[in-house]
Design a protein around this ligand. Sequence first.
Ligand SMILES: O=C(O)CCC(=O)C(=O)O
Ligand SMILES: [Fe+2]
Length: 306
Amino acid sequence: MDSKYFLPPSHPPPVLDGDQVLHLAQAGYLSLEPPPNLLACLQDLLQLDRQFFKQSTPSKETQFPTAEGTELGYYHVENEKEYLTFRHQYSGDSTGALSLAASSFWKVAASFLYRILCDVSTALDIPLPVWDPLVDGCLTMPGSISETTPTLLRLFDYLPGAGAAEKHTDTGFLTLCIGTAPGLQVWSTSDPAAAMPCDAWVDVGTQPTVLVGKTLQWLSAGRLKAGLHRVVPNTEGRQSVVFALRPSLRHPVLDLAPFGEPSVVNLVDIWKGIRGSVYNVNAQAKIRAEQKRKLQAKQGAEQGFG
Ligand SMILES: O=C(O)CCC(=O)C(=O)O
Ligand SMILES: [Fe+2]
C-alpha cells in the first residue's frame, strides 16, 4: 500500500470557522467556547487560585517572590488587584499543587491558541512551520527560570468595586482571558459601511475571549488588528485567568519573507520596540503614572499594555 496514506496530517484540526477567523482579524477579539479539557484544567486551577489569594500577603510573597517588575511571581497593586504570574514552574511543598495546576492549564491553553494561530495563518497563506521558532519554549511551562520566554500565565484577583485595568492592547501574539465574573470589555467598532457608526465597549461577561496582540498585528502587517480592551470594576470582585502567548526570543533572526515582507529583522529589537511603546496597565499606580508621563513626553500619546 502507498505510504502516503499513513502520513500525519499537515495541519492540526481547525478550531475556528471562516467567520470566526474574519471576526478575530477585523475586531481583534473573539469570544468562544474552549474545548472541555481546557475547562476541566481551568476548574482545578481556579480552586487552588482562590485558596492562594486568601492567604496573608507575606505568605504569598514568600512562595512566589515578586521579580522582573510585574513579570514574575506575586504582585500587589494596592486598593486595586493582586496577581500571580507564572513563566516557569515553581517547586516546594506549599506551592507545588498550584504550580502543577498552572502547568497543566498552560499546556492546553497554549495548544488552543497555537491552533488558532494556525487557523489565521492558513487564512493568510502564511506557512505553518514559520511559527516553530516563534513559539519555541512557549507551548509548555518552562521548567526553570533560565528557560523562560515572555509567554506567561497570570491569575488575577480584582478587589470588589475597585479592581480594573485601563484600556490597552496586549503585546504578544494571542491572549486568552477567562473571568469568573463580568468586568472585561472589548472595543467594538461598527462596520465602516454602516449608516450609523456605533463604536462601543462591549461586555464579554464570563465568556472566554481571545485577543490579538501587537506582535501578531505587526507580523501580519495589520491584516490582524490588535484588540483594544479594558477591565472595569465589578461590585463582587473578580478572578481571571489570562494566558498570553508571546514570541519566543530564542531565535532572534527572523526572515519576514513568509509574511510577505522581503527583509530580515531582529525579533528581540522588535519585541523591545513594542514593549517600549506602551505603559504597563498592571503596574502600581505610581509606576503606571510615571511610565505614562515618560511615554507622553516621548510620543505624545497614551497607550497601555497588559
Ligand atoms: O483580567 C482580565 O480578564 C484581563 C486582564 C488584561 O487585560 C491584561 O492583564 O492584559
Ligand atoms: Fe490585556
